[in-house]
Design a protein around this ligand. Structure first.
Ligand code: I3S
Length: 130
């Protein structure tokens, strides 16, 4: 378990910046749209937030700029290292939900993505035995 993830009851918590793209929804292929995302794991749900760079300018209060974009329920999901044909990027994880949505999650620093891999695998395992 990494130092920046914590055990709370049965589920792990972690947060950080990752590069992500959704690649399919309900089995339907989507065009990739890689973007950095503040990513939060809490209560078995992974939430990717919109990149604040693309938040609408103007009235937005600083604290309101971090807006959820995708929420991914990890119960019944699978995660594995993506094969080369999925992306030319390095350190890419492929996350599939039980509803048939797929995400690629990537970060150049190997230790960062390896920590996320561990915490996602462990969360899926814990949700499975509950
Ligand atoms: O799987 P693809 O279609 O080769 O993914 C690349 C494209 O999404 C590309 O954008 P355009 O659709 O505008 O060409 C992105 O810039 C690339 O990053 C995508 O490939 P990688 O290998 O980086 O996942």
């Amino acid at each position: 378990q990494s130092s920046d993830s914590q055990q709370h009851g049965q589920t792990l918590e972690k947060a950080g910046i990752l590069n992500k793209t959704k690649i399919s929804e309900n089995g339907k292929r989507l065009r990739k749209n890689w973007a950095h995302s503040w990513t939060v794991l809490h209560g078995g749900i992974l939430t990717f937030h919109k990149d604040p760079k693309f938040a609408p300018a103007g009235n937005a209060h600083k604290t309101n700029q971090i807006v959820p974009e995708f929420t991914v329920e990890l119960r019944g999901a699978t995660v594995h290292w993506a094969t080369k044909d999925k992306s030319s990027k390095k350190n890419v994880l492929e996350l599939k939900t039980r509803h048939g949505s797929e995400y690629l999650v990537q970060y150049d620093t190997e230790s960062i993505i390896t920590d996320w891999h561990k915490v996602i695998v462990e969360t899926i395992r814990q949700l499975d035995v509950e």
